[in-house]
Design a binder for this molecule. Structure first.
Ligand code: ADP
Length: 265
């Protein structure tokens, strides 16, 4: 903390009074370091696929293009890396939109069942490809929720997508939604690889991953849970995780059903 004396009249020889301006420098420093870490992380995340794309294009130009089989393989790799960059940039844009107050969104009352069913068909196809059973259990007559329908779906999408990604073939993922007191509770349960306690506190930080190589292999951007955390906050909700290695995970979101009364938008 530092104090900055300000002289209150124009004549510095006549010191009538002083105001001390206190600023918490540690807080400013911390914010600065978080920002620097974020820029460093983004640069690294962009650099990795770019280096790979550059390398394969150079090899193709150096002659590999003549071999149809090899060039086909390299083009596929380039395609995967470009998709990765596309997902990363989309998640970065979404995160910055969610974090800024200038969101151009529609806030409305919406039906939770409809939101889940809207997503279910799309997610079920992804689950099926991996031989994972996707189930849903939605209580009847859940009151409508106030907020952004799109953000609500995005939050579910990220959690179910992770559940599928981190559950081996033959496993199960379940979406539950029910009313509990004054809250709507949504749970995403999976029978996947689980998460050790020591990682659980940091899991919602941007780019934090338990296993970098695995996340890269399954196509993760490292921003999915940071996006979920922010959306839950916008809904004035809470987020909870129960998990242990090899015992699956349960992500629980609670949203107050009367949240329109103090909606932050
Ligand atoms: P990613 O794009 O890497 O999946 P996320 O922010 O969505 O990034 O998740 C952060 C990390 O949390 C993941 O890299 C993974 O290690 C872990 N994780 C998230 N969801 C699950 C889950 N359902 N089961 C096991 N691990 C998970």
């Amino acid at each position: 903390v530092y104090a900055n004396p300000i002289i209150l009249n124009n004549d510095p020889t006549r010191k009538l009074g002083m105001v001390y301006l206190f600023q918490d420098v540690t807080k400013v420093k911390k914010l600065e370091s978080v920002r620097e870490d974020f820029v460093a992380n983004v640069s690294h995340e962009l650099k990795t696929p770019l280096t790979s794309i550059k390398g394969f294009i150079e090899t193709l130009k150096d002659g590999a293009i003549e071999d149809k089989k090899v060039s086909h393989k390299f083009l596929n790799i380039i395609h995967v890396e470009v998709e990765r960059l596309d997902c990363l940039v989309n998640d970065l844009l979404l995160l910055s939109e969610i974090e800024s107050k200038n969101r151009d969104l529609v806030y409305e009352y919406f039906d939770v069942k409809e939101a889940i069913e809207d997503l279910f068909q799309f997610l079920d196809k992804i689950a099926e490809k991996k031989d994972i059973v996707l189930e849903k259990e939605i209580e009847k007559d859940i009151p409508e929720v106030y907020g952004s329908y799109n953000y609500f779906k995005q939050m579910l999408m990220n959690l179910v997508d992770n559940a599928i990604k981190y559950t081996p073939s033959g496993g199960k993922v379940k979406i539950l939604a029910f009313k509990e007191g004054k809250d709507l509770t949504v749970q995403i349960k999976d029978t996947g690889i689980g998460i050790d306690k020591k990682h659980q506190d940091r899991l919602f930080e941007r780019f934090y991953r338990v296993d970098k190589a695995r996340s890269r292999q399954v196509g993760g951007t490292g921003l999915g849970l940071a996006i979920v955390k922010h959306i839950v906050l916008i809904f004035n909700g809470t987020l909870d995780l129960e998990s242990a290695p090899n015992e699956g995970s349960i992500f629980t979101i609670k949203i107050p059903l009367n949240n329109n009364e103090y909606f932050r938008g």
